[in-house]
Every structure is written in structure tokens, then in C-alpha cells.
Write a protein that binds this ligand. Structure first.
Ligand SMILES: CC(C)(COP(=O)(O)OP(=O)(O)OC[C@H]1O[C@@H](n2cnc3c(N)ncnc32)[C@H](O)[C@@H]1OP(=O)(O)O)[C@@H](O)C(=O)NCCC(=O)NCCS
Length: 382
């Protein structure tokens, strides 16, 4: 595909492998997981069903889902040692994404399948490892937030599903059903998205036959950047700034564009139209505002969307409306990106399994443009 002389900066448009996991139609604004439209999955399926679909290729039957939920719930509890690392990170006030990166890495030390690192392509052990990380991350994130607030962590409850249990552990109270359903939907729509940067970094790591935890640790570091998962927190920062000022939201954007700054939550490498996940979350954001009797966050967002659409032809991506959705659910702003990781870990695991199944070391080249034929000068003569 790529000729020797051509450079595809940022690998834009380059096909590097085949995948059965997710398909993005950037012109139609469509996202599909294993053939199922994300809009149907968001409305009808739980995060656990989607995890099962990603890892085992098919949607589960009711009986299989019950078993899978049970296995996930049984994996939620953190070991004492894992919890003490979380406590230490919170006490050090570690940045949440940095803390999550350390936590994923730490989980490998306690994983009973870690000995299988000698055979990183052991599929059965990898699914178990992936399930444990996915089950434990919400527990670790909720504990981190509570320790940081000077509170004790709340033990997971096996009778709640993945989404509701996280909110329960975060707030020490059962979530309102609409809030829990919205959060589950957010987890579903963030679970996978083709070869986004964090997924690709997991695949690169796995392609060296490094173990699953190493691949997931690479991925979580990659997600933290403001051009990727970090954007959802930046969006809320902008909206809060607008709210605290006497400026119209459009004025803020006008200034930002004039100064050549990027507006977080807009633009995408693959979508040329509005991200279908943003369509789903915009509805939720509006509904949450209406239920609370104040739609100002949604109104700011739509004003910005309209303005930047007409001025720059840019459409919102998933991060634009997840920000106000989470904000109205009372979730602390600085854990929006960790929550992205709590969901996307399902996709990372699935892509790593796919990579191991048909592995080839990922190793591109750069065109060398440095100096040539320089004469070496010994240290004491420089
Ligand atoms: C997502 C993103 C990194 C994709 O970048 P990309 O595919 O490399 O696109 P480019 O950086 O080449 O941008 C193309 C053009 O659109 C502009 N653009 C893209 N996103 C923009 C944004 N959010 N605000 C303002 N201008 C933007 C660029 O300035 C560039 O304009 P130019 O051709 O006049 O220089 C980019 O849109 C972005 O930075 N968005 C904001 C961060 C964000 O929301 N990230 C989450 C993604 S899910």
C-alpha cells in the first residue's frame, strides 16, 4: 500500500491490519461493533453484553450473560495490596490518569495468570486477565476518588451491574435508575473505536509478544492526551469558563479560533460528519438538564456546536457531549478521562486478543533526514 517514498504522517488513511471488531463509516456517521449498530447497542444492550460481544464474537444468551455477569462481579474486589497502592496514589494526589496507569500495571503483580507471561498468546488466560482488569478498574477508580476525599472505599456489590456498581462505589449510594442507565450507555458507546491511538498503542505493545497488562498500560498512557481521551475534561473546562464569564459561548469559540487554538470536542480523524456517539450523548445531556430543570450546559453546547459548524465546518465528537452528560450526573470532572478508560479497556483487550491471534510485529520506518558521514570527534577534542 505505501510506496517507499511516501510518508503518511500520523498514519492517516493507512490500513495496517484486518479486524472484525468495529467499523466506522466516517461519511455516514456510523459506528458498528461486530456488525451491530452502536445506536441499537446503546439503547438495547448493557456494557456486559457488549464486552461479551467484543471478546467472544457473539451477543450472549440470557443464561450465558448471567454467568458472565457473575464472573465479572466475582472479579471486582481489589486485593489488599492493590488497594494500598490506590491509597498511596490518592494520598500523593497523583493525576487520575497517571494513577490509573500505575494501577493497571500493579494489577499484573496480583493476577493469578501472570505466570502465563511466558506464553502471552494463551487465549484463555488472556480473556481471564482482561476480564479481571475490566472488572477491577472501576473499583480502583472509585476507591482512588474516595481516598482522595478522605473517605473509605466502598466494597463492590455483586447484585448491581457494572455501571450501577461503579456509581454506587463512587457515592456510597445506589444510583438513580436513569443515571445508571445513562452511565451504562456511555460505557457501551466508548467501548471500542477501531484503531484509535490508545488501541493502536496496545496492539504495538502486544505485537512484540509483551503480555496483556503491558499492552493495557501502554494504552492507558496513550488515552490520557488532550487530542484523545483527555478532550472530554477540556470540554467541561471550556464550558465552566464560559459559565463563569459574561461572554456568550460563541464569543469564547470565536476568540479561541482567532488565536488559532483548538476547540476541544470537535473534529475527528475518521468522521467527516457528527460522531454518532455525540448524537446519542447530546440527547442524554438534554434529558438530564430537563430533568434537573436547567438546560444551560446543553444550551451552551448546542450554541457552540452551531457556531463552529458554520464557521469551520467541524462537527462534535464523542467528548463534546459526554462532558455535560457526566457533569450533570455529578461525576468529578478530572475522572472523565479515567471513565473513558474504564470503558475502552474492553476494546483494548479485544484488539490485543485479535493481535495475538494473527500476530506480526508492528514496526514501521521513518525516512532519515539527519546529517550523514560526520567525522567522529573524541570527547576531549569537542
Ligand atoms: C481529533 C483531532 C486530533 C483530529 O486531528 P487530525 O485528523 O490530525 O486533523 P488536523 O489536525 O489535520 O485538522 C484539520 C483541520 O481542522 C482544524 N481543526 C481540527 N480540529 C479542530 C478543533 N477541535 N478546533 C479547531 N480547529 C480544528 C485544524 O486546525 C486543521 O485546520 P487547517 O487545515 O486550517 O490547519 C483534532 O480534530 C483535534 O485536535 N480535536 C480537538 C481534540 C479532541 O476533541 N479530541 C478528541 C477526539 S475523539
Amino acid at each position: 500500500m505505501t510506496g517507499d517514498d511516501e510518508i503518511y504522517k500520523g498514519l492517516e488513511g493507512v490500513l495496517v491490519t484486518e479486524s472484525e471488531l468495529s467499523y466506522i463509516d466516517g461519511d455516514e456517521g456510523r459506528l458498528v461493533y461486530r456488525g451491530y449498530d452502536i445506536t441499537d447497542l446503546a439503547r438495547e444492550a448493557s456494557y456486559e453484553e457488549v464486552l461479551y460481544l467484543l471478546w467472544y464474537r457473539e451477543l450472549p444468551t440470557e443464561a450465558i450473560l448471567a454467568q458472565f455477569r457473575e464472573a465479572m462481579a466475582a472479579d471486582r474486589q481489589l486485593e489488599d495490596g492493590e488497594l494500598s497502592v490506590v491509597r498511596e496514589l490518592a494520598q500523593q494526589d497523583a493525576a487520575p490518569m497517571g494513577a490509573l496507569r500505575t494501577i493497571i500495571s500493579t494489577l499484573s503483580a496480583y493476577d493469578t495468570d501472570a505466570a502465563d507471561e511466558a506464553d502471552p498468546q494463551n487465549l484463555v488466560a488472556n480473556v481471564r486477565k482482561g476480564r479481571r482488569v475490566t472488572a477491577k478498574l472501576p473499583t480502583a477508580l472509585a476507591a482512588y476518588v474516595r481516598y482522595r476525599n478522605g473517605e473509605d472505599p466502598v466494597s463492590p456489590r455483586a447484585d448491581l451491574d457494572h455501571a450501577a456498581n461503579f456509581l454506587y462505589m463512587l457515592n456510597d449510594e445506589e444510583p438513580d435508575p436513569v443515571v445508571a442507565e445513562t452511565f451504562d450507555m456511555a460505557l457501551v458507546i466508548h467501548a471500542d473505536h477501531g484503531l484509535n491511538a490508545s488501541t493502536f498503542s496496545a496492539m504495538v505493545t502486544a505485537s512484540t509478544l509483551a503480555d496483556l497488562h503491558s499492552a493495557l498500560t501502554s494504552a492507558v498512557g496513550t488515552l490520557s492526551g488532550s487530542l484523545h481521551g483527555g478532550a472530554n475534561q477540556d470540554v467541561m473546562g471550556v464550558l465552566q469558563e464560559v459559565d463563569a464569564s459574561d461572554k456568550e459561548p460563541t464569543e469564547w469559540v470565536e476568540d479561541a479560533l482567532e488565536e488559532g487554538r483548538r476547540v476541544p470536542g470537535f473534529g475527528h480523524r475518521v468522521y467527516n460528519v457528527k460522531d454518532p456517539r455525540a448524537v446519542i450523548l447530546a440527547e442524554r445531556s438534554e434529558e438530564l438538564g430537563e430533568a434537573a430543570g436547567d438546560t444551560k450546559w446543553y444550551d451552551y453546547s448546542t450554541a457552540i456546536e452551531e457556531y463552529i459548524g458554520s464557521e469551520k465546518g467541524l462537527a462534535p465528537n464523542v467528548d463534546f457531549y459526554s462532558a455535560t452528560t457526566y457533569y450533570q450526573m455529578g461525576i468529578p470532572v478530572d475522572i472523565y478521562t479515567p471513565i473513558f478508560a474504564v470503558s475502552r479497556v474492553g476494546g483494548w483487550v479485544a484488539h490485543v486478543l485479535e493481535q495475538y491471534e494473527d500476530n506480526r510485529l508492528i514496526r514501521p520506518r521513518a525516512r532519515y533526514i539527519g546529517r550523514e558521514d560526520r567525522e567522529f570527534v573524541p570527547l576531549d577534542e569537542r
